[in-house]
Design a protein around this ligand. Structure first.
Ligand code: CA2
Length: 145
């Protein structure tokens, strides 16, 4: 089984608990179980992590360098602010996919720019939590050759 990190940034621990009109009613635990199911037949073992701390996200990206074949990341607000997350991703050699639950391009203009997109091999926005599974399927295609 190849390991794929699914990293989630600030406030995504509230997924399913607040603002369902924007982010839906499913929780991060639902994302984890759906991705585990999608990943299994593809030979992908997922490790889903969430932190409200930028430095923790950077540390997990560094850890991924040694153990993960790919990274799926929803950096949340760090998408629009963090050169540190971009720099860490630039030091990771495998595929990186950026996922947003909401369609950031339909929202405030400050959400239209992403530092992470400068590194991402693919970007999914506005597909709800299904976006994680879609990214994982593509990851399977890439890492299994
Ligand atoms: O659409 C996305 O996935 C975002 O990455 C979510 C971020 C936002 O800053 C990005 O612009 C787009 C916000 C995550 C906050 O998540 C919450 C979930 C439920 C309730 C409150 C916050």
């Amino acid at each position: 089984m190849k390991k794929i990190f699914i990293l989630n940034g600030p406030n995504l621990n509230l997924l399913g608990l607040r603002q369902p009109e924007i982010y839906g009613r499913e929780t991060l635990a639902d994302v984890e179980s759906q991705c585990a199911e999608i990943g299994r037949p593809l030979g992908l073992e997922i490790r889903l992590l969430q932190s409200n701390w930028e430095g923790q996200i950077v540390d997990w990206i560094h850890e991924a360098r040694n153990v993960a074949a790919g990274i799926i990341i929803n950096p949340a607000a760090l998408t629009h602010t963090s050169v540190a997350v971009l720099d860490a991703l630039n030091a990771f050699e495998g595929p990186v996919f950026e996922v947003h639950i909401s369609n950031v391009h339909k929202r405030e203009s400050f959400r239209h720019h992403s530092y992470v997109s400068l590194r991402a091999d693919g970007v999914i926005a506005g597909f709800g939590i299904e976006g994680y599974g879609l990214a994982l399927r593509r990851m399977g295609t890439l890492v299994n050759g």
